[in-house]
Design a protein around this ligand. Structure first.
Ligand code: NI
Length: 435
């Protein structure tokens, strides 16, 4: 695939104009001024890059993709009522087929928003994995573990599901799918189970995905229970001895942040979800200052209510500026790095997240010829503060075009919408018949 005379965001996050880019197999094969001679007899696809920008795609570092089925289901409730009156009863009737349908819908949505890879935490995760395989998107998937009794981790069915998921899917599709272990959170588990899963992850070399200090009550209750903050507790249980993605980190204190930096824990910042659930504002600028690898996530659609990454991109910096009364906090380049390079690093995908020769072609193409992207004094500023999802005209994963000009190339979107409606109708009728 040859992109001619196109603007690119290079590995140093500078915008370069009038470049030619060649994607061969899954890889970015060439970026330069002159088209190499080897292309003289090329008869494949040529994309005219006039007024277009080719850049790394977005990495959504915290998601519960099957919850796409619960978009808008239960609004303006306290977290407790929302969970107990809406989410848990709905999840009680979920099966693998519903999960697959919800995942396909969520993946379709993500591709149209320029997301090339996501980190997921849920159950029926084999159905999530199958949806990723079928659609062509990348993902780090985990089956999250909760425990409210005295069980050992190996007593839990969820542990065996996580193990089977790992054995069956980790590294499949040429590394497109990865499997991680997951402790849902401190307040939904026990030290015995958390330590047990940390030991297992260390033994098999798996990464970890957790929720951490999302709400003030979670943070304070943990201190009351264990005399440790959630970060201190997770560290003591050995979680941070493996590469970890910690979602939210809204209430982390100075000491927690030093610990996260020291242990190379990646943070997934979820600004829309944190605001919508009334959780608060994570100290992102401080975490970046301390050298923590901060990435960006949408969280589940049930608490967002979409995976529109441009909303996260705009909120991430302006929240820091507004909340801390300092317009200099978090630059547009830092924001773009969080959404791309930092996310890829957090997923253990160093071969992605940056547009450079030799990297995987996980890219998006933006149409710059829009009133709201004109004038282009600063294209990165326009991307962070002015762009909208419809500016994305192509989403490419591992060199394969999955979404182009509003069309899905691997997903029958009408069928997915139909099947999803069937799933939600079925679940709601079962909930109503129980009532
Ligand atoms: Ni979450």
């Amino acid at each position: 695939m040859l992109f001619k005379n196109i603007s690119v965001i290079d590995e140093n996050f500078n915008v370069l104009q009038n470049k030619n880019v060649i994607i061969k197999d899954q890889i970015i094969h060439f970026v330069g001024d002159e088209i190499p001679q080897e292309m003289d007899n090329y008869s494949g696809e040529i994309i005219n890059g006039k007024n277009k920008l080719l850049m790394p795609g977005f990495f959504n570092l915290h998601c519960h993709v099957p919850m796409t089925l619960m978009r808008g289901y239960g609004e303006n409730l306290s977290l407790n009522r929302w969970l107990h009156e809406k989410i848990f009863p709905f999840e009680e009737y979920l099966n693998a087929q519903h999960t697959y349908n919800g995942s396909m819908l969520g993946i379709a949505e993500m591709l149209s928003f320029g997301i090339v890879s996501f980190s997921d935490m849920y159950f029926f995760s084999d159905a999530v994995a199958k949806a990723c395989i079928d659609s062509g998107i990348k993902a780090n998937i985990s089956r999250s573990i909760v425990c409210f009794d005295d069980s050992d981790v190996t007593d839990l069915q969820s542990f065996w599901e996580a193990k089977i998921l790992y054995d069956e899917f980790n590294g499949c599709e040429d590394g497109r799918i990865k499997v991680e272990m997951s402790i849902h959170a401190e307040y939904t588990s026990t030290p015995k189970v958390v330590s047990g899963l940390a030991d297992y992850a260390k033994k098999i070399g798996a990464g970890m995905h957790i929720h951490l200090s999302e709400t003030e009550s979670e943070h304070q209750d943990c201190i009351a229970r264990h005399s440790l903050t959630p970060a201190g507790y997770m560290n003591q249980c050995g979680i941070f001895d493996v590469p970890t993605i910690a979602a939210h980190c809204v209430f982390v204190d100075e000491h927690d942040m030093d610990l996260l930096a020291e242990k190379n824990v990646s943070v997934s910042h979820c600004p829309v979800s944190n605001l919508k659930l009334g959780s608060g504002v994570a100290p992102v600028s401080k975490m970046l200052e301390k050298g923590i690898n901060v990435a960006i996530g949408t969280d589940g659609v049930a608490s967002n209510n979409n995976t529109n990454f441009f909303e996260e991109l705009k909120l991430a910096p302006i929240l820091q500026k507004g909340y801390f009364h300092d317009p200099l906090l978090v630059s547009t380049t830092q924001t773009l790095q969080m959404a791309t390079r930092n996310g890829a690093k957090a997923q253990g995908r160093q071969e992605s997240g940056v547009l450079k020769v030799g990297n995987r072609a996980d890219l998006i193409m933006i149409d710059l010829d829009k009133p709201h992207l004109t004038p282009a004094h600063d294209i990165i500023s326009n991307l962070i503060y002015s762009a909208v999802p419809s500016d994305i005209v192509m989403t490419i994963v591992d060199g394969k075009v999955l979404y182009k000009n509003n069309e899905y190339l691997t997903i029958d979107i009408e069928k997915v919408k139909y099947e999803t409606k069937k799933s939600t109708d079925e679940i709601l009728s079962r909930i109503n018949s129980k009532i």
